[in-house]
Design a protein around this ligand. Structure first.
Ligand SMILES: Cc1cc2nc3c(=O)[nH]c(=O)nc-3n(C[C@H](O)[C@H](O)[C@H](O)COP(=O)(O)OP(=O)(O)OC[C@H]3O[C@@H](n4cnc5c(N)ncnc54)[C@H](O)[C@@H]3O)c2cc1C
Length: 416
């Protein structure tokens, strides 16, 4: 493991934050700058699983010894117990490199699945699935989206689970399932209730834990996402008479929709925190380049068109960052975060998209070359505008929630 000190990430203590969180930020920056960024081509690139796994284990060991493992989870489950606010401040450092997530035990879809298992899992399920997942001994995926119905409307899914004695029998097809090729189990969204059943449309689904070595669970193909199928793939899978014991049901029968919203809610916030860290990195790359690159008789930094990029990106980042921290504050305070989660889910990836786009423009041809992390960030930003619920659906939700309050005789609550 190289420890070439690049000093790319300088973190000063933030006044108003606790000593604990400031120390977490500084320790995180030290590991990301010294051990992850210099090796990110191996840790995150397409160099193959062998060298990646070996190096990742070394960095992971250091992260665990530094007490920075699984920052999103409560201490009782092997995490740091930071809460969403602490995580927001840590994650903007951590996410400077997309390679960090795995090294800190915070990678999607595992992180979202862990949060759902913490909330909905039985003691036995936690022992069998959550604990090894947190220790990094297992992988998981979350299987909800289907080819034949709109993924943006999870109430429409058709994959069925029918009870047969003490087993669930699952049939259906899912696609765009991240990490399915590596997963030991899939948290699978199934329709278990018939139309018109008690409870209405929000009580038709149940989440079921399906071990991926169960007969009938088949990976049909790795789907090419931006031309990429290797490594942690996004897969199309089928379930053909897949039988799992009833005890694999996660939460109450019919609670799948609520559990999915909980899971996706946390996952969306983690993604936005990643965007903020990535935006700072793209901004740093852009501004440094402008201070060094001469174009048409002057440094880029002297060109007013490009100075506008600095100003616009700075405003985008600060707005995205503060909205994300505000959302974390709402979650930690126990208030309903749905509107704020939708707001950041729309605003932050769009701001990320703009910030990376400007940085790419400043680099010219090099901007779209994989020598720099910008092209990867660009694809990620674009993808996030439709994954985990497309922009349009979240905009509709924001308006719906605001209007609901006005129709109930209240104005919007401007406090947390
Ligand atoms: C890289 C990647 C990874 C993914 N990982 C997973 C995963 O691990 N597990 C999983 O279950 N899913 C996963 N997904 C699926 C993702 O969540 C869905 O693609 C997303 O929810 C949109 O569903 P859809 O593709 O079926 O689009 P549709 O539902 O067909 O929507 C298409 C478009 O229609 C428009 N639209 C939809 N509803 C409305 C509306 N009400 N008003 C106006 N316009 C609307 C939007 O522009 C939207 O983009 C992943 C997707 C990608 C790209």
């Amino acid at each position: 493991m190289s420890n070439a000190s690049l000093n790319v990430l300088k973190v000063e203590p933030i006044r108003g934050l606790s000593d604990k969180i400031n120390k977490v930020r500084q320790d995180t920056a030290e590991i990301v700058s010294t051990y992850i960024i210099p090796e990110e081509k191996i840790l995150y690139g397409a160099e193959g699983d062998g060298p990646r796994v070996k190096l990742q284990m070394e960095v992971t060991d250091l992260v665990k010894r530094s007490g920075l493992w699984a920052p999103h989870l409560p201490e009782d489950y092997g995490g740091m117990g930071l809460g969403f606010m602490g995580l927001a401040y840590m994650n903007e450092i951590l996410a400077w490199s997309m390679a960090s997530k795995r090294c800190f035990g915070l990678s999607a879809p595992n992180s979202g699945n862990q949060s759902v298992l913490v909330k909905y899992g039985t003691e036995e399920q936690k022992k069998k699935w959550l604990e090894p997942l947190v220790r990094g001994e297992m992988e998981s995926c979350f299987a909800m989206t289907e080819p034949d119905v709109a993924g943006s409307n999870p109430r429409a899914i058709r994959t069925s689970a029918v009870r047969d004695g003490d087993e669930w029998v699952i049939n259906g097809r899912k696609w765009f399932i991240s990490n399915a090729n590596r997963a030991d189990f899939a948290i699978t969204m199934c329709r278990t209730e018939v139309d018109g059943a008690e409870g209405g449309v929000n009580h038709m689904m149940t989440q079921i834990i399906v071990p991926t070595d169960t007969p009938g669970f088949n990976i049909e193909r790795a789907m090419p996402i931006w031309g990429h199928t290797a490594g942690e793939a996004t897969c199309e899978i089928t379930f053909s008479d897949v039988r799992v014991p009833l005890e694999n049901q996660l939460g109450q029968r019919g609670s799948g929709h609520a559990a999915a919203q909980d899971r996706l809610g946390a996952g969306r916030v983690y993604h936005c925190m990643d965007c903020v860290g990535q935006m700072w990195r793209a901004f740093d790359l852009m501004v440094k380049r402008m201070t060094e690159r001469e174009v048409h008789g002057g440094l880029q930094e002297t060109k007013q068109f490009l100075q506008g990029f600095i100003a616009d990106s700075y405003m985008d980042i600060q707005a995205a960052r503060l909205m994300t921290i505000h959302c974390a504050e709402v979650i930690d305070s126990g208030n309903n975060p749905r509107t704020d989660i939708s707001a950041i889910k729309v605003f932050v990836p769009n701001a990320f998209h703009r910030v990376v786009d400007r940085a790419m423009q400043v680099y010219g041809g090099l901007g779209v070359c994989s020598d720099l992390p910008l092209e990867g960030m660009y694809k990620h930003a674009r993808t996030l505008r439709l994954a985990d619920g497309p922009d349009e659906v979240h905009r509709i939700l924001i308006a719906k929630n605001v209007l609901k309050r006005y129709h109930s005789g209240q104005c919007w609550d401007f406090g947390v």
